[in-house]
Design a binder for this molecule. Structure first.
Ligand code: CMC
Length: 430
């Protein structure tokens, strides 16, 4: 950060000089930390549309260009040339690993994939028809009750162990939420399989017969995980940071992230998008839905379209679209009606002045549901898979925050518009 620039602010006739920090990429940032102390005013920014809540070295997004970099590396290069566990290492430690470091990391993650056996009974407390995300919020939070030896956030070793446990166990937690939901027996992890293949096997194998993981599907799953791994200070990541700012244990903080991700404006959009494509059904009905999305009196929005940061193509959506074509092709699924509707909807929306003016483009969730459905996942599993991939992002951001000496409890201010002080009125006089 360079502090030699300033911004001038005039409030109530007084002038204040505020430091301006220049990032390595992106717009300058006005530092208002001392503003209240000096000028006695707050700033107002619901939804944090103009506020940087932290400094970070992990992920950078240029929304205008449609660029996403992890530790400087573009997401399309990572999706093509790297794989999920290598991207996990990159996010956690800042550099691409040397071969021996990657091998050690993969071994560590693989050795932590099993869940404490007692956790099975915890699952059994849920109703069978519970949404897998509801189960995940509970089970991830419950990890604090099972792994006491990695909850002391002041100990760097415990933080490291908690990070590894979360990344390693999340596929087992998500797969078991699925198995419980559909009434099948839990399938234990297998350490001879790679991360994505192990997850697919835990979801689709049954004890009654052998299950061969299709390497093409495993590669597609790995790519989905890579594309969702981190996305700087989005709602769920900010939730993790805010929860952690009070000193809460890592499992409680990540459970808070899972809860936030569930919403349809965030991680729940992939489920909502597939349901929307299903509801539209045929390409001739697209104009009706585009008209509804544009109608301000109708709450309907095109799911999988628009983004707080991207005002251009979401770079992840481009890779996802290509992946959807490849997976359906390789599975021999010809003329998938949802893919046809998605492609035509994208084309018609991009030609529509409403979407062009508001810079609304397809986001990562527009095509991911089509791939997941083709793999055999029900829509209710889409958001749990997002949660499993985003865990490494949450954990990396959490680790960065805890190690930051400037870390203090998050405590936003407010613009109070309620009643001023008044006397209590006895019930008979109201
Ligand atoms: N369909 C129709 N209109 C839209 C859409 C949409 N999908 N998205 C935004 N708009 C309009 C919105 O009505 C508003 O119009 P106006 O200025 O006339 O009031 C304008 O575009 C700006 O929208 P906003 O809600 O102020 O933008 P935001 O940055 O607060 O919201 C968003 C971003 C992602 C929540 C929103 O675009 C949306 O609801 N999209 C659909 C849900 C979705 O696909 N979410 C996944 C996001 S990517 C994955 C993730 O991060 O989890």
């Amino acid at each position: 950060m360079t502090d030699n620039k300033t911004a001038t602010l005039k409030v109530h006739g007084e002038t204040y000089e505020l430091p301006v920090h220049s990032p390595t990429a992106g717009p300058d940032v006005i530092d208002i930390r001392k503003l209240y102390g000096q000028a006695g005013v707050f700033t107002y920014d619901p939804g944090f549309t103009s506020t940087a809540s932290c400094d970070s070295t992990i992920t950078y997004i240029d929304g205008e260009k449609g660029e996403l970099l992890h530790r400087g590396y573009p997401i399309d290069q990572l999706a093509e040339k790297s794989h999920f566990l290598e991207v996990c290492y990159l996010l956690l430690y800042g550099e691409l690993p040397a071969a021996k470091d990657l091998e050690k990391f993969e071994t560590t993650i693989t050795r932590h994939t099993m869940l404490h056996e007692q956790m099975q009974y915890f699952y059994r407390g849920f109703r069978r028809d519970a949404h897998p995300m509801a189960i995940m919020v509970g089970v991830v939070g419950a990890m604090s009750a099972f792994y006491h030896d990695s909850t002391d956030i002041s100990d760097p070793h415990q933080r490291e162990v908690a990070s590894h446990r979360l990344i390693a166990k999340m596929p087992t937690i998500a797969a078991w939420a699925f198995k419980y939901h559909i009434g099948q027996p839990f399938v234990y992890p297998r350490n001879d399989l790679d991360y994505a293949s192990n997850f697919l096997r835990m979801c689709f194998a049954v004890p009654a017969e052998d299950y061969e993981v299709n390497p093409i599907l495993s590669r597609a799953m790995d790519r989905i995980l890579t594309l969702h791994a981190d996305h700087e200070q989005n709602a769920s990541t900010s939730t993790v940071r805010l929860a952690s700012s009070s000193g809460a244990n890592p499992f409680a903080c990540i459970a808070a992230g899972v809860a936030c991700l569930w919403g349809p404006a965030h991680g729940g959009a992939n489920q909502a998008c597939l349901e929307m494509l299903e509801e539209i059904g045929t390409v001739d009905r697209i104009p009706e839905y585009i008209a509804r999305a544009k109608d301000k009196s109708d709450p309907f929005r095109l799911m999988g379209f628009g983004h707080r940061v991207y005002k251009n193509f979401d770079p992840r959506a481009k890779v996802m679209k290509q992946s959807a074509d490849e997976v359906l092709d390789l599975l021999g699924v010809e003329d998938n009606p949802k893919l046809q509707v998605a492609k035509e909807l994208e084309r018609e929306a991009l030609e529509d002045p409403y979407f062009a003016e508001k810079k609304l483009f397809p986001n990562v969730d527009f095509y991911s549901g089509i791939i997941l459905e083709a793999m055999g996942f029900p829509t209710s599993m889409f958001t749990p898979i997002f949660a499993l991939s985003r865990t490494v992002g949450w954990v990396s951001q959490w680790k960065e925050m805890i190690a930051d000496p400037q870390n203090k409890i998050g405590r936003p201010r407010q613009l109070y518009l309620g009643e001023t002080m008044r006397d209590y009125v006895d019930i008979e006089n109201r």
